[in-house]
Write a protein that binds this ligand. Structure first.
Ligand code: SMG
Ligand code: MG
Length: 377
């Protein structure tokens, strides 16, 4: 299902970009490092008919992918925003084409596209969910659990999330903190929906260790090998009973098609930032739905902006596994929107207001802003 009803064009007057520092409620540790503050870029599109908001989900350091805050900031202000402003009047569906000549920097492109999309939909009074093709009014909420001090601490942390109602647990793993951690959680909680994410911390030489995870009946193992290890992922997938899911490797609809053709993945994590925008995310969804491949919505510790958009995306029919679409308070004590996502019986609501369906809290936004630049025509 491509977008059923395209949005009307907007007339762009400018873009405002801000770097925000949001303190995390607790440190988040993955195979590549520990974060205590979420550094993120928020985009405001200024148009003749009002404003729209987007979020560039890069991190401070290029450890998850090659993109990072200062790189995204530079490429967005130097190339992408000027190219879009040059067009002056454009529909959200045109953003990808205007930015197409520029290689890579997909998270930066996605943030700008979302701001334009939000502006267009707000002006038209249309919710993002309706525009993308949502078929649900709420989505099941999974939680991504960082690596803890030891397996006992991990069990305590997971217990807290289960008490809150999260319907699926994802454990971050790395070499030396994989089989033991997973065993501890399985032993403590029995047959809960459980999966693991390695963030590319392994090589094919670790296949025997990864095969030990087969006994835990996991929903999937996410991105065990490097981003460009597509053939190795296919080899590994044949060695494992646990389904292999790709995250970092799926940078576009084409990459998804190739990975599926090669047997490198049987499940795909869709993140709009990683693939260059919500429209490309829908294309991957459509492909997977057609091919009978389950998908789920990944997360990048989004603020209320990206979190609202992710809930809308996760409400499409092919999202058959719970996503990393948690409540705002999983990461933040204070969000930058006035009605942060909350957990209701293990689900998060898909906003129904125009555009993203959330309002920015200007006081919180200013409080977390550490840099700000505006580009006008
Ligand atoms: O937003 O709930 C979230 C975070 C989910 O684990 C999560 N994201 O590889 O899937 C992933 C990671 C990427 C961010 S790690 C800093
Ligand atoms: Mg991942």
């Amino acid at each position: 299902m491509p977008i059923a009803r395209p949005a009307d064009p907007v007339t762009l007057d400018g873009f405002e970009l801000r770097v925000l520092h949001l303190p995390l409620v607790s440190p988040f540790t993955t195979s590549f490092g520990t974060e205590t503050v979420r550094e993120v870029i928020v985009v405001r599109a200024l148009t003749a008919d009002g404003e729209g908001w987007g979020e560039i989900v890069t991190q401070a350091d290029p450890l998850y992918s090659s993109e990072y805050t200062q790189g995204a900031w530079d490429v967005a202000l130097r190339f992408f925003a000027p190219a879009l402003l040059d067009r002056r009047t454009l529909a959200p569906e045109d953003v990808t084409g205007v930015l197409e000549p520029f290689k890579g920097h997909r998270m930066a492109k996605a943030g700008l596209e979302l701001a334009v999309l939000d502006a267009a939909l707000r002006a038209a009074g249309r919710p993002l969910g309706e525009y993308l093709g949502a078929v649900r009014d709420r989505v099941p909420s999974g939680v991504s659990v960082g690596i803890q001090r030891d397996p006992a601490a991990l069990v305590d942390t997971v217990a807290g999330y289960l008490d809150e109602g999260y319907v699926r647990i994802k454990l971050k793993i790395r070499p030396g903190r994989d089989v033991g951690d997973t065993a501890a959680v399985r032993d403590a909680f029995g047959a809960i929906p459980l999966q693991v994410d390695a963030n590319s911390a392994y090589t094919l030489a670790d296949a025997d260790t990864l095969a030990e995870l087969d006994r835990f009946d996991l929903l999937l193992i996410e991105q065990p090998l490097q981003e460009d290890d597509i053939v190795d992922h296919a080899t590994l997938a044949r060695r494992l009973r646990t389904p292999v899911c790709l995250d970092e490797s799926i940078v576009s609809d084409k990459a998804a098609a190739d990975a599926l053709a090669l047997g490198a993945a049987s499940i795909i994590n869709i993140k709009a930032g990683r693939v260059g925008g919500y429209l490309e995310a829908v294309r991957i969804h459509d492909r997977c739905l057609g091919a009978g491949v389950p998908v789920w919505c990944g997360g990048m510790l989004e603020t209320g902006i990206g979190r609202a958009a992710n809930a809308a995306l996760a409400a499409l029919p092919g999202f058959t596994l719970p996503g990393d679409v948690s409540a705002s308070d999983r990461f933040y004590t204070r969000d930058i929107v006035t009605e942060p996502a909350v957990l209701e019986h293990g689900h998060v609501r898909v906003p129904t207001g125009p555009g993203l369906g959330v309002q920015i809290d200007p006081v919180a936004l200013d409080e977390f802003t550490v840099a700000r630049e505006t580009l006008t025509r």
